[in-house]
Design a protein around this ligand. Structure first.
Ligand SMILES: Cc1cc2nc3c(=O)[nH]c(=O)nc-3n(C[C@H](O)[C@H](O)[C@H](O)COP(=O)(O)OP(=O)(O)OC[C@H]3O[C@@H](n4cnc5c(N)ncnc54)[C@H](O)[C@@H]3O)c2cc1C
Length: 605
């Protein structure tokens, strides 16, 4: 994305950023929003992760920037803007890392200048003054040297905490869902000293991965997948097998000293307006428990509420049928006729797994799918930020996350389109053979490929780790451009009249929006009040407008007081858990957190 220059040019770039920051600071200190916003190009962007807005919000254009500053400057009191390290320049853009302070905290950010004016500015809050995480020189001593009567050991203190929290004392935060999302957020809250319980219905942390189909390995490479604070060791495989991730998460929960309530189901939650707290009914080890946390986080999984289409006759089917999330793996299906409905990631993985186990497999493709070969994706799309080469070039995980975050969603597709044009060129042979087999391909409505599809609709793609070849060479049969019209006792009837004999039907038909969890656990009224989760409002397939600028409802305040949604892939959960944890900590400490630009609700599911 940028190159390091020889010293004199680096100095020029650094001077340009320093000069801009000086003018910016002068305008901000004078409370002159117009002068500050005039330092942006007309179509400039300011993405803020809770430092100014106590929200995750992007202001587009100098008009929106001025308006945001008018509202936030008096309370935020930004100052001390500095260049953090030598700036860089490439393709007419000067970019640099910056630091700044506000009344409440310290911030880190990224600035890109075009013709001396800001094109993109990212501001993030990294810590709250007076509530800094203990680390390095401020770490706990662990042992208290000297002598003390009735001294409690670390284990005794840990056990006492676990026995009291949720019994005689209330957690400030209840996280429902102890997958990687809930655990990573829990670890950050622990470091910030926020009493938290993480409730999960599974018996052990990591079980959500263990319970997925046997052949599953992460589709994203290891550099993208680290948990907060505790990166994988450097021998860790590039693509983690799912049970290995399960074990890592179990270890993580233990060593990060998280208060996990496993074998605990959250049954119902209700907001008590008078007490300003949630009343949450749970079943823990079979016994009812009521908790009264001040904040409720649903980390119940983005890929967790199965979309199960209702096909006529499904109840008459004599074989086995299940959603992809309930698929156990291919062992039991040797020689069986299996129909997999769907053509995205899970559908491909399950087809390949069934084929490997000697089943006769047919995929039913109802709409087009984007295919990205894993190797090509790693090299072209992720390699610059998340790879061994990126590590060698000094791009830490934090920096990679921030570089990613610094690209405003409005223009992100422009960076993606050339990547996928190159992918199309490079893997032309595979695409041609897939199309010959009848597979319906796409690269997203505007050619921007996988990541934009993920952000816009959370579906519609397969990261090819081998199954595409099975489709291309006919090992897995394909029926495309059809829908299912009926399920019969021993077959699936398609819209073109084909009848597919079936012993097993797998519905790899995706997942619903996370506000479905609010409907399940709280009420439909609250689910509608907060609206759909995820998606940018890009007016592309399955992502209806209007434009939102940010992902709906994720990691930021919602229209229901004290209700939060946390989730996403490992990269997103790692990065955004930082800002969600700080928002929760600030509220616990009574720091003013006026939210600027709380998003309107345009869609309820
Ligand atoms: C087949 C498949 C492959 C995937 N591959 C990748 C990948 O390669 N890389 C990647 O980053 N992501 C991948 N994902 C996405 C994956 O879902 C997430 O990264 C990850 O699992 C999300 O973690 P999470 O903690 O947000 O949710 P989950 O892991 O879904 O955890 C949610 C937890 O909430 C619990 N829960 C729900 N309701 C309740 C309740 N009422 N009471 C108590 N507990 C409850 C569940 O038991 C579950 O443990 C994949 C998903 C699937 C389905």
């Amino acid at each position: 994305m940028s190159i390091t220059l020889d010293r004199p040019e680096t100095d020029l770039a650094s001077n340009a950023i320093t000069d801009w920051l000086r003018k910016f600071e002068a305008a901000l200190t004078a409370g002159n929003s117009a002068a500050a916003s005039a330092l942006f190009v007309e179509d400039g962007f300011w993405r803020d992760l809770i430092a100014f807005t106590w929200n995750i919000a992007t202001q587009e254009g100098s008009g929106e920037i001025a308006k945001m500053l008018d509202a936030t400057l008096p309370g935020i009191q930004p100052h001390h803007w500095r260049l953090a390290e030598p700036a860089e320049a490439a393709d007419g853009i000067i970019s640099g890392w910056i630091t700044f302070e506000t009344a409440a905290g310290r911030g880190f950010g990224h600035l890109r200048l075009r013709d001396g004016l800001a094109w993109t500015l990212l501001t993030t809050l990294t810590e709250l003054k007076g509530f800094e995480e203990k680390r390095g020189p401020t770490r706990e001593p662990g042992a208290a040297h000297g002598v003390e009567r009735d001294r409690k050991s670390w284990l005794e203190r840990r056990q006492a905490e676990a026995a009291e929290l949720g019994v005689t004392t209330q957690p400030y935060v209840l996280i429902v869902g102890g997958g990687q999302g809930g655990l990573g957020l829990g670890a950050r809250l622990r470091r910030l000293g926020v009493p938290t319980i993480i409730a999960d219905k599974h018996p052990r942390p990591g079980d959500q991965w263990r319970s997925r189909y046997k052949s599953l390995c992460l589709h994203d490479p290891v550099w993208y997948d680290h948990m907060p604070y505790l990166p994988f060791p450097d021998h860790w495989p590039v693509f983690s097998p799912k049970d290995k991730i399960g074990d890592w998460l179990e270890m993580y929960a233990k060593v990060m000293e998280l208060n996990c309530w496993n074998s605990t189901t959250c049954d119902h939650a209700e907001w008590d307006e008078a007490a300003k707290e949630w009343v949450v009914q749970l079943t823990r080890d079979g016994k009812p428990v009521t908790l009264r946390p001040k904040q409720l986080v649903l980390a119940t999984g983005m890929s967790a509420i199965p979309n199960l289409p209702k096909y006529p006759g499904a109840e008459t089917f004599q074989g086995e049928q299940h959603h992809s999330s309930a698929h156990p793996g291919g062992d039991a299906y040797r020689g069986k006729k299996c129909v997999v409905i769907g053509s995205n990631n899970s559908a491909h993985d399950i087809c390949a797994d069934l084929w490997e186990h000697g089943a006769e497999v047919t995929m039913v493709q109802r709409s087009s799918t984007h295919i990205a070969r894993s190797d090509t994706l790693m090299e072209l799309a992720l390699g610059g930020l998340y790879s061994e080469a990126a590590v060698a070039a000094g791009i830490t995980t934090d920096k990679a996350d921030l570089i990613f975050a610094s690209i405003p969603f409005r223009i992100m597709h422009e960076f993606q389109i050339p990547v996928y044009a190159e992918m199309k060129r490079r893997d032309a042979d595979l695409y041609e053979r897939l199309e010959k087999a009848g597979f319906m391909l796409d690269f997203g409505d505007d050619g921007s490929g996988l990541f934009m599809k993920y952000l816009r609709r959370g579906s519609g793609y397969y990261i090819d780790v081998g199954a595409s070849e099975l489709i291309a060479n006919g090992s897995v049969k394909l029926k495309s451009r059809v829908d299912v019209t009926e399920i019969r006792p021993h077959s699936v009837l398609l819209s073109d009249g084909t009848e597919l004999p079936a012993d097993l039907i797998v519905y790899a038909t995706g997942y619903g929006s996370m506000n479905g969890w609010a409907a399940k656990l709280i009420s439909q009224e609250v689910a509608d009040k907060v609206g759909k989760c995820w998606g940018l409002g890009s007016a592309t397939t399955k992502d209806p407008g209007p434009w939102e600028g940010e992902l709906r409802n994720m990691w930021k305040p919602t229209n229901q007081e004290a209700l939060w949604f946390h989730g996403g892939n490992l990269h997103q959960s790692r990065h955004y858990s930082r800002y969600l944890a700080l928002q929760l900590k600030a509220r616990m400490e009574g720091i003013e957190t006026p939210v600027y630009g709380l998003a309107e609700v345009h869609h309820t599911s």
